[in-house]
Design a protein around this ligand. Structure first.
Ligand code: FE
Length: 160
């Protein structure tokens, strides 16, 4: 007997998922910068994280390669030194592969923004030489080391 396509799909599909952000720790990323991971995709190198930057915090000048970036601002204000616009709650940002910029948070309020990233982030010095790199694996490494230092279980459901 043949089965309905929806019943058939259930045999193969992956599980759905709901992660509350309060259940994920803030992992330090730099001076006045933290992230909470919500997805590490090992199949395509994508990662999704909530980024928090306190006033005066900077994400050093970097170049995106091998993928695009999308961001949705939830709280506070931030901007790129190289751009005219200012992101505030409700601002959606798209960063194409090849984009180079420096993220800064000025003023009094910390910012929180959901970032969906792919590929690599290449940190550049003033001579445009690559001095560091982040990708899905370096983000996993930071999260894993934070969990080990604080006796937390790494959440397996963030890997999908
Ligand atoms: Fe960027």
């Amino acid at each position: 007997m043949s089965i309905d396509i929806n019943q058939f799909t259930k045999l193969f599909m992956v599980d759905d998922l709901a992660i509350h952000i309060d259940e994920v720790p803030w992992v330090p990323q730099g001076d006045r910068v933290w992230f909470k991971p919500v997805r590490f995709s090992l199949a395509n190198g994508q990662w999704i994280n909530l980024l928090k930057v306190k006033p005066g915090g900077v994400v050093n000048r970097h170049r995106h390669t091998g993928g695009q970036v999308m961001a949705y601002t939830l709280q506070g204000q931030w901007r790129y030194l190289e751009r005219e616009w200012v992101a505030k709650p409700g601002t959606f940002v798209y960063e194409p592969p090849g984009d180079i910029h420096t993220l800064v948070v000025e003023g009094e309020e910390e910012m929180m923004t959901l970032f969906i990233l792919e590929g690599s982030i290449q940190y550049l010095n003033d001579q445009d030489e690559i001095i560091g790199q982040d990708d899905v694996f370096s983000k996993i490494k930071r999260y894993k080391e934070y969990c080990e230092q604080h006796n937390l279980e790494m959440r397996k459901d963030l890997f999908f």
